[in-house]
Design a protein around this ligand. Structure first.
Ligand code: PGA
Length: 251
C-alpha cells in the first residue's frame, strides 16, 4: 500500500511569526495521522519552521532549488544548502515556476537529479493548461512532462519521486478536476512510468493531485484508487482547514 502524502504549498505567503504560529496550531491536530504531513514553505521560513516542527510528525520542504551545488548564481539556493539545515522535501517544476520563471522540462530534470544527490525528496509537478485539455492533449502533455522529468533516474530514484498532477486550470481557481478525471490522469502517468521503469516501480510511486483541494473535497479525491494524497495551495494557509485535509480519512 502506498502512503498518502499531504503537502501544503504556502507559495509566497507567511511571515516567520505566522509560520511558527501555524505549526504550533497544526501539531496537535495532525499528531495521530497515518499520512505523511509536509509543509513547503518560503526560504525565509525554513529555519523557523524546522525548529518549530522538531519532534513532531510534520516534515518541512522548500518550493524550489537550483541544480548546481554552489557558485555564481545570485539569488539561488542549492540542494546542498537545503539539506544542511535539515529540509527533507522540495517542490520542483511547479506550474507557476514554469510559467513565470522559465522553468523547463530540462531544468526540472536537472533539479530532480541534484535533489537526489542531497537526499531530498522531490515533489515534481506536471499538469496541462485548459487549452491543452480542451484540445484532448492532456494525457500526452502530462505523460511527456513525466517522462522528461524522470529521464536518466535509477529505478530506486523514480520510486522515491513524488509526482503532483496539477491541472493548471484548477490551481487557485476554485475549480477542481472531478475525482474520476484526476484519477484517470494519474493512472495515465502511472502507466507511462510502468512502460519505462516497470510495473513494480510504477506501483510504488506516490502520485498526488493538486488544484483547489480543500477540506470539503479532500476525501472524495484521496480515496480514489490512484490518488496518493495532495499538494495543497490556498487551503494550506489555514491550520484548521489543512488539518482537516490531512485527517480526511477520519471524517
Ligand atoms: P491551490 O494550489 O490549492 O491553491 O489550487 C495548488 C498548488 O499550486 O500547488
Amino acid at each position: 500500500m502506498r502512503k498518502k502524502v499531504i503537502a501544503g504549498n504556502w507559495k509566497m505567503n507567511m511571515l516567520p511569526d505566522a509560520a511558527i504560529r501555524f505549526i504550533d496550531e497544526l501539531t496537535p491536530l495532525v499528531k495521530n495521522s497515518e499520512n505523511e504531513v509536509v509543509l513547503c514553505v518560503p526560504y525565509t521560513d525554513l529555519f523557523y519552521s524546522l525548529l518549530t516542527a522538531q519532534n513532531t510528525n510534520i516534515k518541512i520542504g522548500a518550493q524550489n532549488m537550483h541544480w548546481e551545488e554552489s557558485g555564481a548564481y545570485t539569488g539561488e539556493i542549492s540542494g546542498e544548502m537545503l539539506k544542511a539545515i535539515g529540509v527533507e522535501y522540495v517542490i520542483i517544476g511547479h506550474s507557476e515556476r514554469r510559467q513565470y520563471f522559465a522553468e523547463t522540462d530540462e531544468t526540472v530534470n536537472k533539479k530532480i537529479k541534484s535533489a537526489f544527490k542531497y537526499d531530498l525528496k522531490p515533489i515534481v509537478c506536471v499538469g496541462e493548461t485548459l487549452e491543452e485539455r480542451e484540445a484532448g492533449k492532456a494525457e500526452e502533455i502530462i505523460t511527456s512532462q513525466t517522462e522528461k522529468a524522470l529521464d536518466g533516474l535509477t529505478n530506486e530514484q523514480v520510486e522515491n519521486t513524488i509526482i503532483a498532477y496539477e491541472p493548471i486550470w484548477a490551481i487557485g481557481t476554485g475549480k477542481t478536476a472531478t475525482s474520476e478525471d484526476a484519477n484517470n490522469a494519474i493512472k495515465a502517468i502511472r502507466n507511462k512510468i510502468s512502460n519505462i521503469y516497470g510495473q513494480m516501480v510504477a506501483e510504488r510511486v506516490i502520485i498526488q493531485y493538486g488544484g483547489s483541494v480543500k477540506a470539503s473535497n479532500a476525501k472524495e479525491l484521496f480515496t480514489m484508487s490512484d490518488i496518493d494524497g495532495g499538494l495543497v495551495g490556498g487551503a494550506s494557509l489555514k491550520s484548521k482547514e489543512f488539518a482537516d485535509i490531512v485527517n480526511y480519512n477520519n471524517s
